[in-house]
Design a binder for this molecule. Structure first.
Ligand code: GSH
Length: 206
């Protein structure tokens, strides 16, 4: 059975768990990281020298970096739309997955840490406002892209929806004043109807 090492409230673990659930894979997840610890042990570091979560173990195959794990699961076990068929669709998939990681994830992390992990009296309101603005500019790009599409690649959901989809749950459910992005919200609501997303992503934001 496939093992995933990582606590369920990590957005990076959520990508992997949601993906595995969509593919119908049996996964045994272990609580590692955050308050659970366990990611600094010699045993863990031998599997993932970053000491970060998630780590995937599939037989004797070990893999870290959440986007790489999502790509592996879809390549190895995906069918139909989960595994984009052409080089061009692969290109667009990588584009949105890498864009999320390099552009949107850093300001979303700032926002999450400020709003969720920092005591109210210690929050940096300037940093929060800057992060909201930066994130909103990036989300606007996806908003524009979704004008004539139901999902990131078109009519069907695919692995390209996974990283942005996990982050979209936080964007729509943390407490702050959001700009109106109706295509983004409609897309997020489509994701929120999926049982694999409900079970693995729509968890308390802590
Ligand atoms: N780029 C890595 C980032 C991994 C990462 O930073 N994970 C966080 C959780 S979201 C972590 O390990 N934090 C330390 C901890 O939970 O103890 C990935 O996408 O897998």
């Amino acid at each position: 059975m496939i093992q995933v090492l990582g606590r369920p409230n990590s957005v990076n673990v959520q990508k992997v768990m949601w993906c595995a659930a969509e593919l119908g894979l049996q996964v045994e997840r272990q609580d590692i990281g955050g308050a659970f610890g366990g990611n600094g042990t010699a045993d863990y570091l031998a599997k993932n020298p970053n000491g970060r979560i998630p780590t995937l173990i599939d037989g004797d195959y070990v893999l870290w970096e959440s986007n790489a794990i999502v790509r592996y699961l879809c390549d190895q076990y995906g069918k139909q739309n989960w595994q984009p068929e052409t080089a061009k669709l692969h290109g667009h998939t990588s584009q949105w997955m890498d864009w999320y990681l390099t552009q949107l994830h850093p300001p979303m992390t700032t926002l999450f840490w400020q709003l969720v992990r920092t005591q109210k009296e210690e929050q940096d309101h300037d940093a929060i406002q800057t992060a909201i603005k930066t994130c909103a500019n990036f989300w606007q790009m996806l908003e524009n892209h979704l004008t004539d599409r139901s999902y990131v690649l078109g009519d069907n959901i695919s692995m390209a929806d996974i990283p942005v989809g996990c982050s979209a749950y936080r964007w729509h459910n943390m407490e702050f004043e959001r700009p109106s992005l109706p295509n983004l919200e409609a897309w997020w609501k489509r994701l929120a109807e999926r049982s694999a997303y409900k079970t693995n992503v729509m968890l308390p934001i802590i």
